[in-house]
Design a protein around this ligand. Structure first.
Ligand SMILES: [Zn+2]
Length: 478
């Protein structure tokens, strides 16, 4: 492999590149799904190719191919340099990269059970049992269940001498029940509505998650929602369940702290950010109980890596410390723009055919001191909401509106009525500054998100968000 990566880097240098890197990647995927007690899909795929990224005349060039031969590597490396030269005719300033040490290393996700070695029968059997459990409940017209596994094997090499081999394994499963009746349709999902729960683990994540154990209750809740009232419009205290909070962190802290969005270099797909660079170190993003940490090293996180796609070591740092905005997600190109000496290592690409972008790593809200029971008991007039159903947030990530599958009214410290179709609305800084209580680490779950979209052409990325339920005061709920 080293011979091939050297060929790419040497070719680019000979053509006049001042910097070059190559990623050679193989991705294996397996997915299994079942619907209404029948297998509805089995998919297996393998994808292999390489991408070469270069700097020439102070601008980026990128080219890629699925044909991993010596001739093709030389052709693609030369093409990347030509693209860089063409880009350079439109540049405003030269790209300057923050320094990074040379790394020669091998890094692999740890796991116990290789999911690609577990039989299809075992997987199908569990999914059908989950379907059957949900279909026991009257009103359930659609029961879905699925599991997915992905292995990414990558070689990275750069003209600075780094040569890194990495293998990342991601596994997960989820299901949903849809009830129809009473002139309505309601869906409940488990463990989360965005494809289920995923971790950088092997098949053990499927065995450790109480999937079958929760299927009946999930279906019963979908059925109960048909008869539940809508939440009357109010301003009240809001307690968010962990997986909804994970999405809240993703949309209102993760995306706006991507420095390429802030600098306006990646705005096409989903906008820019209100977190302008003058706010670094002096903007009260949240209340003093809010501590948000970006961490590419946390065990089992979907974005846990040894090195990012620029060969920068995985790191851990605060985005928000005691409520104060204190850090961005950066790359080698953007770190110097805000006066930082080193990239935080947040550059990742979707597969071999895309150029790396700043992507969220694992971003978590640090746990507090409360138990959920105590938090509910301490709330006089409130609503508890869990499992995302809808979301909307503006281009700058300021105004948002999120809906959840399920909500409970809290009156004088007790959960009373169930509400359906409940939505909360707020503005990012106002919302995080209204956070006054976070549950403790016994409630802390690392929620995996597998479908974050960014860039044109579009790229998807995976990351985890750790969260325990938390309370927000005086939020508009309807
Ligand atoms: Zn996203």
């Amino acid at each position: 492999m080293k011979e091939l990566t050297d060929l790419a880097v040497d070719t680019a240098a000979r053509m006049g590149a001042s910097y070059a890197d190559i990623r050679i990647i193989r991705i294996n995927n397996e997915s299994v799904s079942a619907k209404n007690e029948k297998v509805s899909g089995i998919g297996k795929s393998e994808d292999e190719g390489f991408g070469v990224r270069v700097l020439a005349n102070g601008a980026w060039g990128f080219a890629s191919s699925s044909n991993l031969t010596r001739d093709e590597i030389q052709k693609v490396a030369a093409e990347a340099v030509e693209i860089a030269r063409a880009s350079a005719t439109l540049k405003e300033t030269d790209v300057v990269l923050a320094p990074e040490d040379t790394h020669v290393d091998v890094w692999k996700s740890s796991y116990e059970k290789d999911p690609f070695e577990v039989s299809l029968e075992t997987k199908i059997d569990l999914l059908l049992k989950i379907n059957a459990e949900m279909m026991k409940v009257k009103d359930i017209k659609v029961a879905n269940a699925h599991m997915n596994f992905m292995r990414e094997h990558q070689f990275f090499a750069s003209s600075e001498g780094s040569f890194i081999e990495q293998e990342i394994l991601r596994s997960g499963a989820g299901y949903s029940a849809t009830a129809v009746g009473n002139d309505d349709m309601q869906t409940r999902s488990y463990p989360d509505s965005h494809g289920g729960q995923y971790m950088a683990k092997g098949y053990e994540v499927i065995e450790e998650t109480p999937l079958l154990e929760n299927a009946l209750q999930t279906a019963e809740e979908a059925s109960a929602l048909l008869k539940a009232p809508r939440c009357p419009e109010r301003v009240a205290d809001l307690i968010l369940g962990g997986s909804q909070l994970a999405l809240q962190i993703h949309e209102s802290i993760g995306h706006p702290t991507e420095l390429d969005r802030v600098l306006g270099t990646e705005a096409n797909y989903a906008g820019t950010s209100f977190v302008t660079t003058d706010k670094l170190g002096n903007f009260q993003y949240g209340s003093p109980v809010v501590n948000v940490v970006a961490d590419s090293t946390i065990p089992y996180g979907l974005a846990t890596i040894g090195y990012d796609d620029e060969g920068v070591t995985a790191q851990k740092w605060h985005l928000i410390k005691d409520g104060l905005f204190s850090g961005y997600l950066t790359s080698r190109e953007t770190a110097p723009v805000i006066g930082e000496e080193r990239s935080k290592g947040a550059m990742r690409a979707h597969g071999w055919e895309r150029i790396p972008l700043i992507r969220m790593t694992n971003i978590s809200l640090m746990p507090g001191e409360w138990t959920l029971d105590d938090l509910i008991a301490d709330t006089k007039d409130g609503v508890y909401m869990e499992t995302n159903k809808s979301w909307s947030i503006d281009q700058k990530r300021l105004n948002f509106q999120f809906g959840t599958e399920l909500a409970w009214e809290i009156k004088n410290g007790k959960k009373t009525r169930m509400f359906k179709n409940t939505v909360y609305q707020s503005m990012t800084p106002e919302f995080w500054n209204s956070c006054d209580a976070i549950c403790n680490e016994d409630h802390f779950v690392l929620w995996g998100l597998i479908n974050c979209g960014k860039g044109q052409p579009g790229q998807t990325a995976e990351m985890s968000h750790g969260a325990a339920p938390a309370r927000f005061r005086n939020v508009k709920i309807f």
